[in-house]
Design a protein around this ligand. Structure first.
Ligand SMILES: [Zn+2]
Length: 327
């Protein structure tokens, strides 16, 4: 019998009684990474050491039972099912979960993932699985990211030009993941960098977990001149303390011209911690699943793309429809 997969506030697997990235409190949940849309105050969690540490910092909870698994280490989850975590390459400590059930076969759930190597995440793995549940945030053909090295080179030029003009480059990055990626990517540039307070706090935790960073003092309005500032996209309080900021969005959505023209920012750089469209296809090729369920972003469209290639696929929550092949 196949895996039964329910989607409501995350993913639930009734056959084994575990949830995956549940967004409401669950008795037992795998947490793929410590982004707020992937976690809640669960009673019992399976996750990596980094995710457990970051979860404690972002979503403290009393009496949460943590089962911390190193990557590649297989354990019994239920009497009939084993669990193995594999790197997802999305942010530091992010994991995919591979379940191997005596009756239902193997199921791989990716969480958020990125196939290309990033600067601040482990290299994404591609274990074989019968059933694949994958995120498809950028599941349309128009999302093809330029090489990261080229984006970083452009970003460094933006920062140098802005500083030379006597202004302050402000890089708008999510506090966990993108900020550490950009900080490490700028390491060789010699640019002095300051971090917004929450970004600074999370970066220190990543440093304690073993990531190396260039010098990164916390933002100080008195001494910030001449520095690049990294701060989250919604930190208007900090921006008010910078006399002449030039803001730049750092996000995969920067590929959409609508995104840039609708924003107040001076620049946008399409550096993402998700897989782009070609990487999504490549990932499916490598995992070689018999059936695929898509979640997040362009789930319906990417499932149709897979069906057109003869792969059984459907957006999670909708039955497989072979006529999608005609789409
Ligand atoms: Zn995420």
């Amino acid at each position: 019998m196949a895996w039964v997969i329910h989607q409501k506030h995350g993913i639930h697997l009734p056959q084994i009684g575990w949830s995956l990235d549940a967004t409401r409190r669950a008795e037992r949940a795998f947490v793929s990474h410590a982004h707020s849309d992937h976690m809640a105050r669960h009673a019992e969690v399976v996750c990596t050491r980094a995710t457990a540490r970051l979860m404690r910092a972002r979503l403290p909870a009393k009496n949460r039972a943590e089962h911390i698994l190193p990557f590649g280490h297989t354990e019994q989850l239920t009497p009939d099912c084993t669990v193995t975590l594999h790197p997802a390459g999305h942010i530091y400590g992010s994991a995919q979960i591979l379940l191997d059930h005596a009756e239902h076969g193997t199921l791989l759930y990716t969480g958020d993932f990125k196939l290309h190597p990033g600067h601040a995440a482990e290299l994404c793995a591609t274990p074989r699985a019968d059933t694949l549940v994958m995120e498809t945030t950028f599941g349309l053909p128009r999302y093809v990211f330029p090489p990261a090295a080229k984006i970083i080179a452009n970003l460094i030029t933006f920062c140098r030009d802005t500083l030379a003009a006597g202004a302050t480059p402000v890089l708008l990055c999510y506090s966990l993941g993108k900020s550490q990626e950009v900080l490490r990517a700028l390491a060789g540039s010699g640019l002095p960098i300051m971090l917004q307070s929450e970004t600074h706090r999370l970066t220190r935790i990543c440093a304690q977990l073993g990531l190396d960073f260039p010098v990164h003092p916390e933002f100080d309005p008195a001494t910030h001149a001449g520095h690049v500032v990294i701060c989250p996209p919604h930190a208007p309080g900090l921006l008010k303390r910078i006399p002449s900021p030039r803001t730049a969005s750092i996000t995969g959505w920067a590929l959409d011209s609508r995104f840039f023209h609708g924003s107040q920012n001076s620049a946008a750089f399409p550096l993402s911690d998700h897989a782009d469209f070609p990487s999504l296809l490549r990932f499916v090729e490598l995992v070689q699943p018999q059936r695929v369920f898509t979640v997040h972003g362009f789930a319906k469209e990417f499932a149709a793309t897979l069906c057109a290639r003869g792969i059984e696929a459907s957006p999670l929550g909708q039955a497989y429809q072979p006529e999608l092949r005609l789409a």
